[in-house]
Design a protein around this ligand. Structure first.
Ligand SMILES: C[S@@+](CC[C@H](N)C(=O)[O-])C[C@H]1O[C@@H](n2cnc3c(N)ncnc32)[C@H](O)[C@@H]1O
Length: 397
């Protein structure tokens, strides 16, 4: 029996501030996630669950398997802990092993030394089994040794390319948002597939495409590959999980998703991305200045990532843009808006105080995610706000 045949601890990472959404996603997939800590959530499962996490989770950055956890106050302890792992059940003889290191707190902090000693332990294990040096001519296995409070966690990456890369973005537009953050913003909002949606600053279309993927129940990882598919000693589970994902897709659903941007080149790129994602038929993109937005529908939802003024424009221009956006939004009947920006004067320029603000990070940049809730159709705002969410929705949303 290989290491991969049993139950394992599976560690999923997410952008700081979005862990609660990730937990909710895991619960919806039928798992019991543990506590959220430093941008990660653990749960128990087998290889099929590793595959499901990679294919289905919209807010996950990466999925790792925890191989071992042990005290590592000295390099000897680190070496012994690494030698105690049954690498023969995990790595084939020709594995190309890449070891990386992280240290948050504890006596061992030299990343170079942690990495070297961990790799030496794996090479010595190989030498004891086969004799000689590891050929490293086969598939790549990414091992991470992460030390926090003198405890080393050794994990194996199962994702490969980061999960934000769904495969539909060919070129980066101006200041694009990560697909995983776009999905988290949508999942934090009151938007549901039956409500109109608009991103008036859609750029290369990321938020609108993610909305269409959610609205059609299309798994974000359906059209890409993962590192775990190349694990020689792991059971082959990817195709049955892809079948499960295919069966869930709602092809006949009618969505009202729109994206607008003042830049024709951005709209061209957005259309290209939507097509590549298989969502072209579900989204209407148009060149439009935010001051001209309108809708014949009531109770729609805006989730958007406008310019922040970091690079794209000057402060005075930015305040003017937010003011125009605020005036246009005020004309939309009972719409809700969710806006991410790092600009501290956003609410003032927008002309309305948010009823909820949370901190989210757009890459490294600390931002605020502002919520302006309109009255939902038929139900009170609060009921709608938590409808269909996990247990912890009330405190989260
Ligand atoms: C931060 S980018 C959005 C990036 C997008 N979320 C993505 O993932 O590609 C902001 C966008 O606002 C657009 N923009 C700037 N001024 C605008 C205006 N007055 N009306 C509509 N769009 C505008 C820019 O062309 C740019 O594409």
């Amino acid at each position: 029996m290989s290491f991969f045949d049993g139950e394992m601890k599976i560690r999923v990472s997410a952008a700081s501030g979005t862990e609660a959404v990730l937990k909710r996603e895991l619960t919806a997939l039928g798992y019991t996630p543990g506590g959220a800590e430093r941008g990660r959530v653990d749960f128990e499962g087998g290889m099929r669950d590793v595959a499901r996490a990679n294919v289905f989770l919209r807010t996950a950055g990466r999925v790792r398997i925890v191989i071992a956890e042990f005290p590592a106050r000295t390099f000897d302890e680190l070496y012994e802990g690494m030698r105690a792992v049954r690498w023969r059940d995990i790595l084939p003889g020709d594995a190309a092993v890449a070891v990386s290191a992280k240290s948050f707190s504890g006596k061992l902090f030299s990343l170079r030394d942690i990495q070297k000693i961990a790799k030496k332990a794996i090479a010595d294990d190989y030498a004891a089994r086969f004799g000689g040096r590891m050929p490293e001519s086969g598939e790549r296995y990414d091992i991470e040794v992460s030390i926090a409070s003198d405890i080393a966690s050794v994990t194996l990456d199962t994702s490969g390319v980061g999960l934000h890369k769904r495969g539909y973005r060919v070129k980066l537009g101006e200041a694009p948002i990560r697909e995983t953050l776009a999905a988290a913003m949508l999942l934090l909002s009151v938007w549901r597939a039956d409500r109109p949606f608009l991103d008036p600053f859609c750029g290369s279309g990321t938020i609108a495409v993610e909305a269409a993927l959610i609205g059609t129940d299309t798994a974000p990882g359906l059209r890409r590959g993962f590192a775990f598919e190349k694990f020689a000693l792991a059971p082959k589970v990817a195709s049955s999980v892809r079948e499960e994902a295919e069966e869930r897709v709602r092809r006949d659903v009618k969505l009202r998703i729109r994206g607008g941007d003042i830049d024709p080149a951005a709209i061209k790129l957005a259309r290209e991305h939507a097509e590549r994602a298989g969502m072209g038929g579900h989204i209407h993109f148009q060149v439009q200045d935010v001051r001209d937005i309108s809708s014949r529908f009531a109770h729609g939802v805006i989730v958007t990532n406008p310019p922040y003024g970091e690079r794209l424009m000057k402060k005075g221009e930015l305040d003017g843009l937010y003011a125009s956006f605020g005036r246009a939004f005020a004309r939309l009947d009972e719409w809700s808006a969710y806006v991410i920006t790092s600009s501290p004067s956003f609410e003032k320029s927008f002309g309305r105080r948010a009823d909820r603000v949370r901190v989210l990070y757009n890459s490294e940049l600390e931002c605020r995610f502002y919520r302006f809730l309109g009255a939902p159709p038929a139900r009170r705002a609060q009921d709608e706000d938590v409808a269909g969410r996990g247990e912890d929705a009330k405190e989260d949303i």
